[in-house]
Write a protein that binds this ligand. Structure first.
Ligand code: ARG
Length: 569
């Protein structure tokens, strides 16, 4: 496919003798296509060329050498060159490329097979898997797909919180109260109730905390009974999470969590000691980070045990050895910002600056209701992911029952639309913002939602079906697509790869999500203004080809977000 931007840069480079890569970064896309498809700000070159911007603009306009297949016209406005490209050629390029690559349209190989390690989901076993983990699971899951699409090799790691004092609490509580709970039906719920009760009673009876410590110590020491109970709880929880992961279509390449590093910590502590990084501090051992304006990173607590940061360092070293990663991404809430800054800094000080530079914390905001209240924050009242997903599916099924009672496979469609609505809601705004969770909003088929995109896709499907369309791109007369809405849509389709690359660069799936809304809306305004099925066969064929291309990109796009497309709804 022709890269219009770089062709323009190349042509300007010939005139100005300025590096074309540099010039390319100056080229803008005007917000309004009346100002051209691309705009070049000549004032950026004024200093280097020692000429006034209007003079530069005039010179470039007169001397530029771009074939008719690329350039339609150039206008000078202010210090800008407004460049209009040949729309027929653009359309031809985009349509042929989509026809050729199909669901791979937009992909590339900039990753060259290099490993990107993505740490996401990471619920804490024996504690409730609540809505906060939804964000990590969904954002990480989308990044996983986006990186693969760009030729990287994504490695998904579910770094389970499967070690720690919470197990001591559950085990102590279990031994005290197991007869009061029903373990025959829903063991996970029973365990959770014990955990929540323990936390409540602990407030009045501090001796319970001591007891939990003793249980956990026995676990750490490898005591058989505790190991057995731990395994039982871990397996139960994993089987339970799997139900949610199946619904969300989440895949992991490794479930090595905190427990996996229990016996691998000594080596890290030793290395830190050898490199003279450990300093005693109030009975604990820490890495002093005052020089970097950070509180010390605790490695060994005053009780002599290792801690979250120690385990993260051990797992990082493991990931370096196993994957020699190009990037290591941690999709974890914003409240852990300092933790990751400290861990990456310690890794650097340990003598691995090149890897520390490849680590990135990808934070995200809270989930709040429409009044801005944090969801799932009240003790013992956590909202479960699985329940939310099920509720979404039920709600959608009800809508379908009202609107389209004869639809086949209602349940399957409700799953794709319901789960898709939840995923899209999570990804549709920049991740650092708090996510507003509001049923009416996220299920609104007319809003900027997952169901809206799916609905437009289904429209493309039914249009193509109605017309008995089979792609015959060689027969399409590209000059038949002249309408503003058509051109606007085609220009969006043209940019798909750039959008996906940008989403990876910023670790921001919302860039893809917003783009899909733009494509859907743009196509929707096209077919609201212009009939697709029409008397003029040549016009119809061109419009159908556009419909097909839009459908293809929408489908690939939602797949990158981790959603599935229904064929009907
Ligand atoms: N289990 C942790 C939590 O829920 C998140 C773990 C994130 N990953 C990591 N390598 N620290 O808070």
């Amino acid at each position: 496919m022709v890269n219009f931007k770089s062709e323009i840069a190349k042509a300007i480079s010939k005139i100005t003798n300025i590096d074309e890569k540099e010039l390319e970064t100056y080229i803008e896309i005007p917000p309004n296509s009346d100002l051209g498809d691309y705009a070049f700000p000549c004032f950026k070159l004024a200093k280097t060329l020692k000429k006034a911007p209007p003079v530069i603009a005039q010179e470039i306009k007169e001397q530029i050498c771009l074939g008719k297949d690329i350039l339609e016209k150039i206008e000078i406005v202010g210090g800008y060159l407004n460049i209009y490209i040949n729309k027929e050629e653009l359309t031809k390029n985009v349509f042929w490329e989509i026809e050729k690559k199909k669901e791979l349209y937009g992909s590339s190989n900039i990753g060259n097979g290099k490993n990107v390690v993505i740490d996401y989901s990471a619920p804490n076993i024996a504690k409730p898997f609540h809505i906060g983990h939804l964000r990590s699971t969904v954002i990480g899951g989308s990044l996983y797909k986006i990186y693969n699409f760009l030729g990287y090799n994504s490695v998904g790691i579910n770094y389970l919180g499967d070690w720690g004092l919470q197990f001591g609490k559950v085990m102590a509580g279990y031994d005290m109260w197991k007869d009061e709970y029903d373990f025959t039906k829903d063991e996970i719920q029973a365990i959770l109730k014990i955990y929540i009760r323990f936390n409540q009673e602990e407030k009045e009876k501090p001796e319970l905390t001591e007891k939990a410590r003793e249980y956990f110590k026995r676990l750490e020491d490898g005591n058989e009974k505790e190991i057995k109970t731990w395994k039982w709880i871990r397996n139960l929880s994993l089987a339970n999470y799997q139900k949610t992961y199946d619904l969300l279509n989440s895949k992991f390449d490794s479930y090595n969590g905190e427990s996996y590093y229990n016996d691998k910590m000594d080596a890290v502590v030793e290395e830190l000691r050898e490199k003279n990084l450990l300093k005693p501090s109030e009975g604990a051992e820490v890495v002093d980070l005052s020089e970097y304006d950070m509180p010390p990173c605790i490695i060994i607590t005053s009780a002599g045990t290792t801690i979250y940061a120690t385990r993260d360092l051990a797992s990082l070293k493991d990931r370096i050895n196993k994957y020699n990663f190009e990037k290591a991404i941690y999709v974890v809430g914003n409240e852990q910002r300092l933790h990751f800054k400290q861990v990456f800094k310690v890794l650097e000080l340990m003598g691995y600056p090149e890897y520390a530079a490849k680590c990135e914390h990808v934070p995200f905001g809270l989930v709040v209701d429409k009044d801005g209240e944090k969801i799932g924050s009240r003790k013992g009242n956590s909202v479960f992911l699985e329940d939310i997903l099920k509720e979404a599916m039920q709600k959608v099924e009800k809508i379908i029952e009202e609107k389209n009672p004869n639809l086949e496979d209602k349940k399957e469609v409700a799953r794709k639309v319901g789960v898709g609505a939840i995923i899209f809601n999570d990804l549709s705004n920049s991740r650092i913002k708090d996510e507003i969770f509001d049923w009416d909003m996220l299920l609104n088929f007319q809003g900027e939602t997952g169901p809206y995109i799916q609905y437009i896709y289904v429209r493309t499907k039914s249009l193509l079906e109605k017309a008995g369309y089979t792609p015959e791109i060689e027969k399409v007369d590209f000059s038949k697509l002249k309408e503003t809405e058509a051109i606007q849509t085609i220009k969006l389709l043209y940019r798909f790869n750039e959008i996906v690359e940008n989403a990876a660069l910023k670790n921001e799936p919302s860039i893809v999500a917003r783009y899909l809304i733009d494509v859907a809306q743009s196509f929707s305004s096209f077919y609201n203004e212009h009939k697709i099925i029409t008397e003029d066969k040549a016009v119809q064929d061109a419009r159908l080809a556009l419909t097909y291309c839009v459908g293809t990109v929408l489908k690939t796009g939602v797949t990158l977000l981790g959603m599935e497309m229904p064929n009907k709804m």
